[in-house]
Design a protein. Structure first.
Length: 491
């Protein structure tokens, strides 16, 4: 009996040790031949914060003239941009960029002008995207001009929203109305058309990693396509999840899945293909619906948008529209940092020129119809982004995102169980296509993120109590850096 027990224990130990043997190839990922965008304007952010603090000491009556003049000046520059084709290097774009930040600092101290500023940014985004229709999006100057104005304007708007009375700021902000004749549905009081694209930001640390882990960090981590059945009126949200691959969700399921923001994008009515067939977006959505209904399509961890046998979330939209000769993502996403690419490779990514959700906002073929941003969840989004940004700085410095190696045999066993479930159409604890090592890295990232977040939130509380305003994004990043340093994370 004792001998059997010893043999059993020995067998377990041998199996455990065998399952500890690494099988991942330790290869250096082939990064994009681009370069990361760097604002490199820390002095500007500090001066703007100081300017905002001084402006807060005044009342609106004292600031109104200055704000009105600033808004008037920006609108005047926009007037000329809207009627004349310009090169991306034109000085008017720099005037807009600087004017956005300066005006936002003023408006933050006199919040009655926030609606005017939001409308101004919407107009700026529309004007810049219109200009970019004739630009070469492969040109780095073009890409940086788009990013500075659209992402920069978005950042300015969000800083205002986070300093504002939460009861006075609507969660839904309307962009530009784009005519569509496709079947409709209602989501949170907004008319949505079949073929519309929803880009959103999930609440998990990996969502922040997707949003920020590229050469032009953004705010979105997920893409979904809306399909409305023309006969029944039933609405389906077609999306690809890490856990389940491509799925058909109801509106309620989609909205109940934790999201920190949602943007609605629609194909332009004057697109050359739309002029030939106004029902094209609906047809693209129907094609995607039929594909998802008729077969299981696994999640594409490699992020290879040229292979449609598996689909990551962005591919759901791009593959459907490609079927009708529309190539979305005029400007592809790039990841050129070896450190960042190595972290992403640890989650299964193999393609570092790809289609990231955030970059779809810059596509001039699409109009931003509306965006939902709740003040509370928006601040959570900013904190998560700041933490990931600080962590990716560590990645660029060569720090590894490891995992608890001693758990590998257990997770490999769980992976085997998950694979068996996948064979019968069920979802297992370890997602289909995800390696045990990737699953452990995900667990490690969540734990590290939570530890840093505690430090950041403590600093936010102290800052708010002392300064009587919410810390701006650049302060959140510095808080995250301090939290990493004091906890000796990734050292």
């Amino acid at each position: 009996m004792k001998r059997k027990i010893i043999y059993s224990i020995s067998a377990i130990i041998i199996i455990y040790l065998l399952l500890l043997i690494p099988i991942e190839k330790n290869e250096s990922p082939k990064v994009a031949a681009n370069q990361q965008f760097v604002w490199n304007r820390d002095s500007l952010w500090l001066s703007l914060e100081s300017f905002y603090v001084q402006a807060k000491k005044k009342n609106c009556a004292q600031l109104n003239n200055e704000i009105n003049n600033s808004l008037k000046s920006l609108n005047a520059v926009l007037d000329s941009i809207e009627i004349t084709f310009l090169l991306p290097t034109d000085s008017k774009f720099l005037r807009i960029e600087n004017g956005i930040f300066y005006t936002a600092a003023l408006v933050g101290a006199c919040q009655e002008h926030i609606p005017d500023f939001i409308n101004l940014f919407s107009r700026i985004r529309n004007a810049v995207k219109e200009q970019s229709r004739k630009w070469d999006l492969g040109d780095i100057v073009v890409r940086q001009t788009l990013y500075k104005l659209i992402y920069g304007g978005r950042a300015a708007v969000e800083e205002l929203l986070l300093q504002s009375d939460k009861n006075k700021i609507p969660s839904l902000i309307i962009g530009k109305e784009e005519i569509s004749l496709t079947p409709t549905t209602i989501i949170n009081g907004l008319v949505i058309h079949s073929g519309d694209i929803l880009i959103s930001r999930g609440g998990a640390p990996t969502s922040a990693l997707i949003a920020r882990g590229n050469d032009y960090p953004g705010n979105f981590s997920h893409v979904a396509l809306v399909y409305v059945d023309e006969k029944t009126g039933k609405t389906y949200i077609i999306e690809s999840h890490i856990e389940r691959g491509v799925t058909l969700s109801s509106i309620d399921d989609y909205m109940n899945d934790k999201k920190l923001r949602i943007m609605v994008l629609r194909l332009r009515a004057d697109h050359t293909k739309m002029l030939q067939d106004k029902m094209l977006p609906h047809k693209a959505a129907k094609f995607s619906f039929e594909q998802a209904s008729s077969q299981h399509i696994a999640y594409d961890f490699e992020m290879n948008f040229n292979d449609n046998t598996k689909l990551f979330c962005s591919e759901v939209a791009s593959f459907a529209y490609k079927k009708y000769d529309i190539t979305l993502w005029r400007g592809l996403s790039t990841i050129s940092s070896k450190g960042v690419a190595k972290w992403l490779a640890g989650f299964g990514v193999k393609n570092f020129v790809t289609q990231e959700p955030s970059d779809l906002e810059y596509d001039s073929q699409l109009t931003v119809v509306a965006e939902w941003r709740d003040a509370v969840t928006l601040f959570k989004d900013h904190i998560d982004n700041a933490i990931i940004e600080a962590l990716l700085e560590q990645a660029e410095a060569g720090k590894e995102l490891g995992y608890d190696w001693y758990l590998l045999p257990i997770v490999r066993t769980v992976k085997l169980y998950s694979s068996i479930l996948n064979l019968v159409g069920e979802v297992g604890p370890v997602p289909e296509g995800m390696s045990p090592e990737s699953a452990l890295r995900h667990k490690k990232l969540v734990a590290i993120h939570e530890e840093i977040k505690n430090g950041v939130e403590n600093r936010v509380k102290y800052f708010t109590e002392q300064m009587n305003y919410n810390p701006p994004y650049w302060k959140l990043v510095s808080f995250a850096r301090e939290s990493i340093k004091e906890r000796n994370i990734l050292q």
